[in-house]
Write a protein that binds this ligand. Structure first.
Ligand code: SF4
Length: 65
């Protein structure tokens, strides 16, 4: 399980995260990334984190409830 956060001050709205993990990330009305959920078991979250060109996504492993 991953806990996910976005530093929107770094986000440039490229949308890589949404393309990689659309269940977790979306682009908001302001064109910057927003979270659909704060936690996910989907390993695509890690790929999205690694793929973000701005380093705006942070993830941390947490114990599944
Ligand atoms: S990949 Fe990074 S810079 Fe691009 S929209 Fe997502 S959080 Fe923003």
């Amino acid at each position: 399980m991953y806990r996910i956060s976005i530093d929107r001050s770094l986000c440039n709205g490229y949308g890589v995260c949404e393309a990689v993990a659309p269940d977790v990330f979306a682009l908001g009305d302001d064109g910057l990334a927003v979270l659909r959920t704060g936690v996910s078991e989907d390993d695509a979250v890690k790929e999205a984190c690694d793929s973000c060109p701005m380093g705006a996504i942070s993830i941390a492993r947490v114990e599944a409830a």
